[in-house]
Design a protein around this ligand. Sequence first.
Ligand code: NAI
Ligand code: MG
Length: 366
Amino acid sequence: ANPSLLILAGDGIGPEVMDQVKRVIAWFGDKRDLSFDVSEDLVGGAAYDAHGTPLHDDTMARALEVDAVLLGAVGGPKYDDLDFSVKPERGLLRLRKEMDLFSNLRPAQCFDALADFSSLKKDIVAGLDIMIVRELTSGVYFGEPRGIFEEGNERVGINTQRYTEGEIDRVARSAFELARRRSSKVCSMEKANVMESGILWREVVQKVRDADYPDIELSHMYADNGAMQLVRAPKQFDVILTDNLFGDILSDCAAMLTGSLGMLPSASLGAPTGDGPPRALYEPVHGSAPDIAGQGKANPIACILSFAMALRYSFDQGEEATRVETAIEKVLADGARTADLMGEDGGTPVTTTQMGDAILAALDQS
Ligand code: NAI
Ligand code: MG
């Protein structure tokens, strides 16, 4: 059977960028004899409009069956006043929770043609290709006790940084597996100097490496120094493994080393299902961009790169993933730019569809 893919385009520019991904998927069927069993459904505001819920139970069930889910974006001003329980974001949160996607992969890759776009000097970022693995389902965003409590005559806000050995173990394995597909180098970041959870994190990560991944070159770094090193000399890293809170901050920081939100893909992985690949959801980092929705201005590259990640991590098609990335590199080198990739002086931007045309043409030549 063909590998199965559930497409949830969502709201705003989600469907616009996903249209270009669908063309790339069709190209693989036509030209590379690589076909997918694609189903499509609603998520977010679009699902709310149709069903009164941001994720229908049938969609959730389908997401648990398929080899991978590809999501566009959810949300928009139309839904801002909805009750919290049916807000578009809740659809995405439910997917992440029920698929138990504990490992969030955020690449920071610098396409040479865009190196001038970085906020850093060109030689610091040119050729940059690193991956941050962020624990996504535990830590201080979820730990109990949490809340705002009365204490004496004032209130106190409390969150708890909490990690079990099992939670650290599984995300460490996911980072080591990933590293084996790259340079086999992992740097784990925590604050073991001041946090007990950090001490345990460092200990468990080292133990997993020593027991089952002796081929991995593992180093440890305090997360604050890590932030500094990311901006000073990011190319010293390959895979960075870190917890939910530090990963949130470090991945946003790393993302901006390379320029536009319209270029950034992501993957969220769960536990392997039997002998198969892990549960997986792929999505661009950006949101539904209501300010440009419906105008043909959206950059489809983040979503297409998310599909490339699916090719590599869910469908074991690393070479085909590289084919897509190389086509994008070529299109950028040839000068095609959506509006978000243009400086002040500008030129004429290409539309979402024209960017798709250019990428398909580059694939044809590959
Ligand atoms: P956003 O990422 O949608 O947009 C931020 C800025 O980047 C905007 O100026 C937008 O035009 C631009 N931008 C984003 N993606 C782009 C692309 N592919 N091409 C060109 N320009 C792009 O974040 P914002 O404005 O904070 O949120 C808008 C809506 O999206 C909100 O409802 C928010 O809740 C939702 N959102 C959804 C996410 C998701 O589905 N995972 C993630 C972040 C926000
Ligand atoms: Mg963030």
